[in-house]
Write a protein that binds this ligand. Sequence first.
Ligand code: B12
Ligand code: SF4
Ligand code: SF4
Length: 300
Amino acid sequence: MNGGMDYMARNTESRRDIRAWMPDAKSVLLCGFSYGEPGARHASKEGHGRLARYAAREDYHPILRDRMNEVRDWLSASVPGARGVAFCDMSPILERSYAAAAGLGWQGKNTLLLGADIGSYFLIAGLAMNIELPADSPGPDHCGSCTKCLDACPTGAFPKARVLDASRCISYFTIESKGTIPEPFREGIGDWVFGCDVCQEVCPWNRFEKPARALPPASIATELPLEELAGPASAGVRSRLKGLPVARAVRKRLTRNALLAMGNSRLERYRPILEEYAAGADPMLAEQARWSLSRLPGAA
Ligand code: B12
Ligand code: SF4
Ligand code: SF4
């Protein structure tokens, strides 16, 4: 269920209680930071690989932690003895569960946190404080009988509503997984080369997405030419990706993903580059390239 991210299966109970991480925590403050682009069109484009929308802008971790540290500093200056620690995307904390409990939204059937006035295109950051703060209460669940996200997932990553099998999720395969992508999932990955937004794109609540404010606007397109990602020009594209979350995917992983997307594109023009990788020294890339070659129109 967790792919190679073993930490998710460890200490689930203690991850539900922030005091395992900050023993004197008395309150947890949660904020959502929008990265929506109302009216923008994010669609497949021939010869291009797609990035998840959050990935096409500057890395959010330091930005959001700084924001939460500003709140902490303000609280510490206002309340004698107040002390706190900011977190964002921290593995020991179940951020969506805390955010739902804090009334920021509800956890949708796709497991993401949704707000009725914002949808799900926002990121979560928090602050654990050693002082009592007035508590908000959880809000209602507005998924109703909708199952659009469950039905649309290209790799069948939801065994049931509100349970994600990360070991089948495109986001896991393209960002986290270091090895060969298992064959049964390759077709479903389509043109995604870093993350996946399918279960958000189909969600009706995302018609209420809000523009980014604290987060900077997107600095690159969400569609990047596949030749640039895998080909000799990759040094150029990589310098454009510097400072973006996608830079996390080391060169080899991004190349693997681009080769896979080339196969799914079925475009004959990728044959030479795929043949080059198929004959190359790296066994993982060579195997991926051979699979992709087998998808091209002329293949036996
Ligand atoms: C590891 C991780 C991943 C992994 C695995 C995700 C997973 N299985 O949860 C992978 C790489 C696949 C991933 C993908 C994505 N992620 Co991510 N991820 C995380 C991270 C670091 C930890 C999540 C975790 O511990 N999950 C494990 C389980 C135990 O936690 P859980 O989600 O709370 O799941 C439980 C609840 O759903 C609960 N539950 C609640 N209600 C109900 C009701 C019922 C009936 C049932 C049965 C269960 C249930 O049961 C689940 C199992 O215990 C968090 C940050 C954090 N620390 O929280 C970001 C985080 C969840 N990711 C985020 C994002 C944006 C994404 C992507 C959209 C990125 C992308 N575009 O590619 C995708 C979305 C995939 C999806 N549909 O969730 C955001 C979500 C923001 C939001 N609005 O919700 C977070 C919060 C990061 C952040 N700081 O903003 N992610
Ligand atoms: S991010 Fe993509 S692969 Fe992962 S659960 Fe959502 S739709 Fe499925
Ligand atoms: S697509 Fe439908 S079921 Fe899925 S999270 Fe959105 S409202 Fe809920």
